[in-house]
Design a protein around this ligand. Structure first.
Ligand SMILES: CC(C)(COP(=O)(O)OP(=O)(O)OC[C@H]1O[C@@H](n2cnc3c(N)ncnc32)[C@H](O)[C@@H]1OP(=O)(O)O)[C@@H](O)C(=O)NCCC(=O)NCCSC(=O)C[C@H](O)C(=O)O
Ligand SMILES: [Mg+2]
Length: 294
């Protein structure tokens, strides 16, 4: 038996401008695993103070049920950052998302500021990695603090900084995506993929979800409610994968003591058993989360 409570699904992580009242309301009913209440790119400069208040009120409302609730503050180089961070720490969301983190020192500074502002221990730091410098320092960023629990890919900013084009298959971004993934897995940090900008292009979106899942991402950041179901399906183990995992564990138990068994004609060693256990842990955590649709 595996323990699904140790695994937090982050298949679908939906951004919304914290200035958008309808979106804040709608999010209470959406089956996404996590929400990012945005104060950064999606909010116009003159709307930022009101968006900050709305995000903090949303966190305090307790109206978002099982969804992991986070606030994305403006970047450290901006005039809004200090006020955003202080307000977010006081509100105590599940995490504070910080854009354009490019070094381990920045992570340590943010963690110290969170402690100074009295952020509850339950509030983690999610670092957005979205610059060439961040890709080249991804491992030290991810390892800089235990409070940093998730790396968030910022593929729009990364493409902009690289002078790259958005193309199907994302070939120009693959080196950066892979470096960030290596850093996440090497340090035991979760990692979610970047957004797909064309909210009307379902086929393109689903193809990018499949690519992200195949590469190893835990989930995808989203910008529209219409993207939630596709991401939830893509980043969950399929029924076939769950059945296969159960079969592998059973074959392993039946062959107790031998270092290698076969299942459906395939060689099964300890490493396959660990992967099967991981799939079942994910499946149980998702089942538990979906049973609690609040
Ligand atoms: C992209 C949008 C501007 C489209 O908005 P709209 O035209 O209003 O969409 P719809 O009419 O289809 O909306 C239908 C209903 O759904 C609600 N809605 C829309 N989007 C969201 C959302 N993100 N979360 C929750 N609810 C949402 C609408 O209010 C409608 O509700 P109702 O009328 O009651 O039925 C819009 O989707 C949007 O603003 N998306 C989020 C944009 C955003 O947050 N961008 C910043 C994050 S992405 C980023 O920064 C990337 C990163 O940094 C990088 O570098 O890559
Ligand atoms: Mg960005």
């Amino acid at each position: 038996m595996t323990d699904g409570t140790l695994f937090r699904p982050r298949r679908s992580v939906l951004y919304m401008p914290a200035s958008n009242e309808r979106a804040l309301e709608k999010a209470k009913t959406l089956p996404c695993d996590a929400l990012i209440l945005d104060l950064e790119d999606a909010v116009a400069p003159d709307a930022k103070p009101a968006a900050r208040d709305a995000a903090c009120a949303a966190v305090g409302s307790g109206a978002y049920g099982r969804r992991e609730l986070t606030i994305r503050v403006n970047g450290a180089e901006t005039e809004w950052h200090a006020d955003d961070l202080a307000a977010a720490c006081a509100a105590g969301p599940d995490a504070i998302v910080v854009p354009k983190v490019s070094s381990a020192d920045e992570v340590r500074t943010l963690v110290a500021a969170m402690a100074e502002h009295g952020a509850p221990e339950s509030t983690s730091l999610w670092a957005m990695v979205e610059t060439p410098v961040a890709m080249l320092h991804a491992e030290e960023i991810a390892a800089a603090s235990d409070r940093l629990t998730v790396l968030v890919m910022g593929t729009n900013d990364l493409a902009k900084e690289l002078y790259a084009e958005h193309v199907p298959g994302r070939q120009p971004l693959l080196t950066g995506l892979s470096l960030a993934l290596l850093a996440a897995r090497a340090t035991g940090t979760a990692i979610v993929d970047g957004v797909y900008n064309d909210v009307k292009d379902t086929d393109g979106f689903l193809a990018e979800c499949r690519q992200g899942r195949q590469m190893g991402f835990d989930g995808k950041t989203l910008i529209h409610p219409g993207q939630v179901d596709g991401a939830n399906r893509a980043f969950a183990p399929s029924p076939e994968a769950v059945e296969d995992a159960r079969g592998i564990l059973q074959a392993w138990e039946e062959g107790a003591g031998s270092g290698v068994v076969t299942y459906r004609g395939r060689m099964i060693e300890n490493l396959h058993v660990e992967s099967a256990q991981r799939i079942l842990t994910m499946h149980e955590a998702i089942t538990a989360l979906e049973a609690d649709q609040g």
